[in-house]
Write a protein that binds this ligand. Structure first.
Ligand SMILES: Cc1cc2nc3c(=O)[nH]c(=O)nc-3n(C[C@H](O)[C@H](O)[C@H](O)COP(=O)(O)OP(=O)(O)OC[C@H]3O[C@@H](n4cnc5c(N)ncnc54)[C@H](O)[C@@H]3O)c2cc1C
Length: 826
């Protein structure tokens, strides 16, 4: 009997795990039930009664019309009652963009073959030439200290260079005079610029992300495109996009800025137009913009357009020279010197055909913004964050080798090594995520949830890196000046955290909140059936989605449990993948099943309240994000040909991601509102306890070593950033000092050994190397090499000091009348 009980359990688990159709379930349950009746020797009456119950249930589940009437329709009615109504803007946000690898991770069965078959993203020869040419040149022209302390702006020469070389038209097709670059190329450019100067990167980013060009490309009328796109591509127009207002930040859909459709005078004629009133703030490039992309709510009280009165959010292009437009004043965002400021207007009359897309698009602005954001958010901030992280890995590794304390390069002290190893591994994972996400956009995806994951985790990754880098640099990172290469990055970092959706909201509302509806294989269908369909159509659609949903949840629950019992041994991994990483794929597959199961049970247990339980939904979002970041890291390892020297970075990053995902699940369970359910979930998800551990110290040591050693692994880790040539620049000096320090290590060893055996006695005020040369411990060549290294080292450890006024008087005199035209105008 025990054997048969086990066999029954095994059959039930197998049916659930394999998502057997209902009729197979019914047949199997019928056969097993009959067998149990025989084994347990039920009498004929009991057997007949049980058989009757079984037949009724089997019919109710297998005959669609009966199933709908008895099961799905009542659930549909309940669903309609408890499902909160979605506002039009929420619906437009959900509908925006596409689902890609996030859908796989949400399914519980990621199709690894499909992911790995996606071609490794590559730049075209022309794009690579642009990165190696004009981008390199722009970086060389940008002196971050001059930009952030002296001018509070890019120098006029650099502004002009950016315009002339087409930096503002990277996303504009060639037929309009733009560069027509891929998302990857756009991302590479921003990566390199941001490794040099934040203001430079932001200035280039904005015209190429959510703004006039992007909106015109997708929604503009031919006339608007033909006029504006060539002007934008040439930098003849400087665009900005103004959505945020003092009252509406994160809740941008609630903007109080408004326009009223009315007749008015325009260039001597009476035309149909809009009278606009707005008050915007934080607008990047706003103070110097010539073309304002403006978002406002449009009303048509006289129904001149023949529709309703409240038409909804609308986007229009307003030349800033239009009478009544106020621009020019500036904010100072954490000493970031990019142009940013408020703008406003009151009762400004403009023609109706200034609406992007013309009057047909009146009221469709939110949909336009959400769709554009889905792709745009995948590029700019992930690129600037990855660029920052790679630059930090390079300079911090170099500094940690050049700077010694306790007669040891600080990078070799374990405490410093721990932080440095984290920077290196973070930079690897962030770069992997940047490239994979930009590659997805180039494949035609507009990944709304993935773009939120990339934006959130890469900006947070950059924050982690810069915090570690600051700690490692000590006072050298604190004292600002031309010789400080980390301080400004540290200052300006929260800007990326706040823009394009402030991170707390992005994590708690978008990644899981939007993901649960958008990426889940059935929830959106169920919601549509409940809210948008009626009658039989709703009943049939809901029945189909709901029964599939039950099968999906059961399958994921059983698979989670079995993977837990077998420690992911039988979870899927791509065929032919590297043996050294195969187990990671299996663990992610296990996590994906656990996540899908947990998400379903959480939605069932908390319903609409889950939206307000942001501590739970934020952690669910973390699990999804960690799986995405780990997938990107594994794909990078494959795409780059499984370079063994990079393996420590892969191992550290993936292991950290697995551990973080596990901890997030653990915390969800500890805080789950229904305690009995939490106990059951814990038992199913972690039947043998929590399996993942944080990365090992030995792995962290290997990661730090990559940042501390000159060579191919360090160059790969930091590829794509700007490397100053020569020693005119502080980071150029640092790189030279780093190489010289490493080259002098054999000399240093000779000196140390000579001291040990008493041949040399170092004393304050005496030059030990000179003494060593005089005594023949080192050769004259070695002495020269040592002296050069020392000179470089002293330049590296030096920090800046200033006169009482921090040099303001001298700066003002130096700038004189070479301010850019926009600065004089303001
Ligand atoms: C330097 C800079 C440049 C910018 N550039 C532009 C631009 O070019 N164009 C433009 O239109 N806008 C721009 N912005 C605006 C930016 O998008 C907003 O700052 C952002 O949307 C957040 O709005 P807020 O600053 O008013 O914060 P608030 O909305 O006041 O939010 C404060 C905090 O509350 C959190 N929060 C809010 N709602 C929720 C919620 N439901 N759940 C959990 N947490 C929540 C936020 O995450 C944030 O942490 C820029 C901002 C800055 C600082």
């Amino acid at each position: 009997m025990t054997t048969f009980a086990f066999a029954t359990l095994a059959v039930l688990l197998a049916l659930a795990a394999l998502r057997a159709p209902i009729f197979i379930w019914s047949a199997a349950v019928g056969v097993m039930g009959a067998s149990w009746a025989v084994i347990l020797e039920f009498g004929p009456a009991t057997s007949a009664a049980l058989a009757a119950v079984f037949i009724v249930l089997a019919l109710a589940l297998n005959v669609p019309a009966l199933r709908r009437r008895l099961l799905s329709d009542p659930v549909l009615a309940l669903f309609r009652r408890i499902l909160p109504d979605m506002s039009a803007t929420e619906k437009e946000a959900i509908d925006a963009g596409t689902v890609w690898w996030d859908g796989d991770l949400f399914s519980g069965r990621p199709d690894w073959e499909r992911l790995l078959a996606t071609p490794a993203p590559r730049l075209s020869a022309e794009e690579q030439a642009f990165v190696d040419g004009p981008v390199e040149e722009a970086c060389a022209m940008a002196d971050d200290w001059e930009v952030t302390h002296e001018r509070y702006d890019l120098p006029p020469r650099l502004w002009q260079f950016l315009k002339d070389k087409g930096f503002f038209g990277m996303i504009i097709p060639k037929k309009y005079g733009g560069l027509g670059f891929s998302a990857l190329a756009h991302s590479e450019v921003v990566t390199k610029l941001s490794s040099r100067c934040n203001a430079l990167a932001v200035t280039v980013m904005v015209p190429n992300s959510l703004g006039p060009a992007e909106l015109l490309l997708h929604y503009g009328t031919d006339e608007q495109k033909d006029y504006y796109l060539p002007r934008l591509a040439r930098g003849q127009e400087i665009p900005c996009f103004a959505l945020t207002s003092p009252e509406a930040g994160s809740d941008a859909a609630s903007i109080p800025d408004y326009g009223t459709v009315c007749r008015g005078q325009w260039q001597g004629k009476e035309v149909l137009g809009m009278r606009l009133t707005w008050d915007k703030r934080y607008i990047t490039l706003g103070p110097v913009a010539t073309l304002l992309g403006l978002a406002f709510r449009l009303y048509d009280p006289e129904k001149l357009l023949g529709g309703g009165e409240d038409l909804g959010i609308t986007c229009a292009l307003i030349p800033t020279s239009t009478p009544g437009v106020h621009i020019g004043r500036r904010h100072l965002p954490l000493n970031g010197a990019f142009q940013n400021g408020p703008n406003w207007g009151k009762d400004v009359f403009v023609p109706l055909d200034w609406i992007i897309g013309g009057r047909e698009y009146a009221g469709r602005g939110w949909m336009m913004l959400m769709n554009s954001l889905a792709a745009g958010r995948s590029i700019s901030l992930p690129a600037s964050s990855a660029g920052g992280a790679k630059a930090l890995a390079r300079v911090t590794g170099a500094y940690a080798r050049v700077r010694s304390q306790f007669r040891t390069p600080i990078g070799k002290l374990e405490g410093v090594e721990e932080a440095l190893g984290r920077i290196a591994a973070n930079a690897y994972m962030m770069e992997a995520t940047r490239v994979m996400t930009a590659g997805a956009v180039d494949q035609g995806e507009k990944p709304s949830v993935i773009s939120a994951i990339a934006k959130y985790h890469l900006t947070e990754g950059a924050r982690a890196c810069v915090n570690d880098a600051m700690d490692i640099h000590g006072g050298k990172g604190i004292c600002l000046g031309p010789n400080n290469w980390v301080g400004r990055g540290y200052q300006v970092l929260p800007v990326g955290i706040t823009v394009e959706g402030a991170n707390i909201l992005t994590r708690t509302l978008i990644i899981f909140g939007q993901g649960a509806i958008r990426c889940h294989p059935y929830v959106l269908r169920e919601m549509r059936a409940a809210k948008e369909l009626r009658g039989d159509e709703a009943s049939m659609e809901f029945d189909d989605a709901f029964t599939a949903h039950i099968g999906h949840t059961l399958a994921n629950g059983v698979r989670t449990f079995l993977h837990g019992l077998t420690r992911s041994m039988f979870a899927t991994a791509p065929i032919g993948t590297a043996p050294e990483t195969r187990h990671y794929y299996r663990h992610i597959t296990r996590l994906s099943a656990a996540f899908a199961f947990l998400a379903d049970v959480s939605m069932l247990a908390m319903g609409g309240a889950l939206k307000r339980k942001e501590k739970i939904s934020g952690r669910l979002g973390d699990v999804l994000s960690m799986m995405y970041l780990a997938s990107a890291t594994l794909k990078r390892y494959e795409d780059q040909g499984r370079i063994k020297a990079d393996l420590p970075l892969v191992r550290w990053s993936v292991r950290r991601a697995l551990y973080s995902a596990q901890q997030a699940i653990d915390q969800i369970l500890s805080n789950f509102p229904v305690k009995a359910l939490a106990t059951m979930l814990r038992w199913i998800i972690f039947p043998l306890g929590t399996p993942f551990r944080p990365p090992l110290d030995s792995r962290n040591h290997e990661c730090a070593k990559i940042a501390l050693e000159p060579g191919a692994a360090r160059d790969r880790l930091t590829a794509g950033i700007y490397l100053p040539k020569g020693e005119a620049d502080a980071t150029g000096v640092l790189e030279a000092a780093f190489l010289a320090t490493v080259a002098c290590e054999p000399i240093e060893k000779k000196l140390r050994e000579a001291v040990k055996r008493g041949a040399l006695t170092p004393r304050s005020g005496t030059d030990t190397a000179q003494l060593a040369r005089d005594q023949g411990v080192i050769t004259p060549d070695e002495h020269a090499q040592w002296q050069r290294k020392e000179a470089l080292r002293q330049r590296v450890i030096r920090v800046d000091d200033f006169p009482q006024d921090f040099g303001r008087a001298e700066i003002l005199q130096k700038l004189g009348d070479v301010q850019p035209a926009h600065a004089k105008a303001a």
